[in-house]
Design a protein around this ligand. Sequence first.
Ligand code: GLC
Length: 746
Amino acid sequence: MKKFSFRIYTLLLFFGLSGYLSAQQNIENRIEEVLSKMTLRQKIGQMNQVNARKPDEKLYQQIRNGEVGSILNAEDPVLLNQLQKISVEESKSGIPLIFARDVIHGFKTIFPIPLAQAASFNPKAAETGARIAAVEASENGIRWTFAPMMDISRDPRWGRIAESFGEDTYLSEIMAAAMVKGFQGDDLSNPSSVAACAKHFIGYGAVEGGRDYNISNIPERQLRNIYLPPFEKSVREMGCATVMTSFNSNDGVPPSASKFLLTDVLRGEWKFDGVVVSDWASIGIMVTQGFCENKKDAARKAANAGMEIDMVSACFIDHLEQLVKEGSVSEQTIDHAVRNILRLKYRLGLFENPYTDLESERKIYAPEHLDEAKKAAEESFVLLKNKNNILPLSEQIKTVAIIGPMADAPHDQMGTWCFDGEKEHTQTPLNALKKQFGSKVDFIYEKTLSFSRDKDKSRFAKAIDAAKKSDVVLLFIGEESILSGEAHSLADLNLVGAQSELVAELSKTGKSIVTVVMAGRPLTIGREADLSDAVLYAWHPGTMGGPAIADMLFGKSSPSGKLPVTFPRYVGQIPLYYNHEKIGRPAKKNEVLLNDIPLEAKQSSLGNTSYYLDAGFDVLFDFGYGLSYTTFEYSNLTLSKDNLSKNDVLQVSVALRNTGNREGCEVVQLYTADIAASITPLVKELKDFKRITLKPGEQQIVTFDLPIQKLAFWNIDMEKVVEPGKFDVMVGGNSVDLLKKRFTVN
Ligand code: GLC
């Protein structure tokens, strides 16, 4: 019987694979056929992406002339079908358009911002959210999203940290891959699939000073070890359909014209056969960057580097034809770009099915979408403090003061980058608390500050009065959504407006304060955390943030989120991230601080280590940190062996026990550290994680398989290798409190 089924399996595999290959070959043949009939102008038209916020006769004529290949920011399905009809039925080449949009963390049903989704350490949730976003966006004719953004972000002054998956390479790889899978689904030609976009290629999260659009200076080795892996995984393993270049210049070269990045790495090393798109006018901006003399020069440099679609700068459509005629850009270069663009359109099924079905069942805001958005929000919350286990709130509580500008902020709760979110659909904490618990609890609501930047303290007295009448204060503070995101860098991460004073005044009442922070980034909330009995970091949790917060505060759900990014005590400590390179004099606990220094002290090296006299070296909250409503104990870390070869798999196991009195979910984290290497190694780096749910008293042996190849890095010779030597493996519930064992790779 076995032989028979094996034969059947082999035949099925053969026919399946040959079917796939012939479909691919069929697409390639059709591409060549279409390409052979195109004029140079029509080819360049495919490389031109225009913004259709206000479509007009000029746009219609451009489409008729075959001078537009894709359109962004049109999102009305009727309009999209009208534009598509012009392209398919009135233009000479009849090639369908692709309609693109920034669907970053939801289309109509808004999910938590990506930084919050990273805090869930739940890639399946990120995949589900992206799938739902794709279903809702594609109903409107959107078949290409400019997401996931996978920039490694170590600087919370940079407003776009909100869109990222934080500071860790491995977590970003896993979350980005999950989102690509969710957006693209199993079959890109399915009308509910949208092409994903790995952005921003590369190094944008490392802009100097956290100032958006600034320069970065990341050497190639660090690019390859820290910044490129999420893009490589998304492209090579997940088949991400497109890649977007970034606004920064890196080491003096804008990625939009980097042959090293766009041709050598992306095409040469990674065999990428998708499409490279610029960021918004990032080709034209190279003139301002002084990298190009004029837009014609920018078109030349970008095209010759491997750029294929020009987002809205019109450099390609205005200059490429002349550049080809004068021999500065070859027609082969143009053909290569257009082949990739046509391939994307074939893979999306647009040649067979260019129009959006306006009759199909609408899934926007479907109940199951809202349920998933609520679940994603719950899993993204990070409990940072819970003194005397004040949370979850006790059943005895009868009067609760709800105070602060973020308790009922339906627009801001959605966070940055949600063009199509509608605040009317947002369920806020105020509404949810009243709806879900209003029958058992008296709520006294005092917004006090109209918005996060509000400095008007005239309503403080009423807030204090409400607090005095309550058993507990629920304080909702943070930042409006517009204070994070693109072009919104901050030099100061303290709470804006009079929020900090409000916390201080409320703390004087002696009432217990549960502080819920809604923000798009880490904030320096050390003072406010000290004055609060509990701190729940809810990020910008999206449409269903309110019910998620309400259930969590009253114990219908439990926090499981962990920080995807380090929280600094002071903005002056930045950049501050856990997986930094080893240094010669690492800070220790016993450092000398500013006020310890005697008067007229003679020149000395003080603590002899790397820290700040006025801030020590401690972070506010560590990467990977987050509390639960229960407690967990780790014990008995064991390795399958402690001497391994480079192709071995090390089995790492640890006993995890729920030592509290409530069921809880723990994100068990596995880190490794190279003791000595050909370059200064990182002090530790996340290599795996698992979400484990345990009942009170329950113990589970959690096992990880760690392929030794996972320890490979780009070394002193710029080769990606596993170097022999000693390593530590560490397991725990955050990046600091870890059990540790050593092993050797031979
Ligand atoms: C913006 C962003 C990019 C976005 C694009 C289109 O400037 O940098 O992430 O996808 O333009 O909106």
